[in-house]
Design a protein around this ligand. Sequence first.
Ligand code: CU
Length: 155
Amino acid sequence: MKRLAVLLPLVLAACAGEDQISRYQPIGYLPEAEQISSQADWSNPDVIEMQLVNHAFVPDEITVRRNRPTRLILKNPSKSDHTFVGEQFMKSIAVRQLVGRDITATTAWVEKVVVPAGETKELWFVPTRYGAFTFECTVTGHALLGMKGVINVSN
Ligand SMILES: [Cu+2]
């Protein structure tokens, strides 16, 4: 007797995945990122903290200054994993490093930050383009529930 193929689950378990960081410039990302981040003065960066909760970024709008070394502290006090992803924003920053509980990744390009439940990640970067950039959590359903925000890059 023939059996129908078992259908793959239509909805994958909500999964935050892994950080996406690059040693090489991904297409469309800032070519001079390495140079900018290594020449920046990291002794006194601007520090901004954001919480990732169910299901929102708090605050959901922040402002950073163009060409200013910045430490964005992403805290996840919730019991779920969350991510921080904003393609146009990530394409416009020069990253110094991504710091987490178990990692310090020195890299110029970051495409995705995963902040596991209860953990904190720090993205050190220099914003290079003015604008209002959207970001969101890419875990299935979270953005629809409101987990998104805006980063303004101003003077
Ligand atoms: Cu989320």
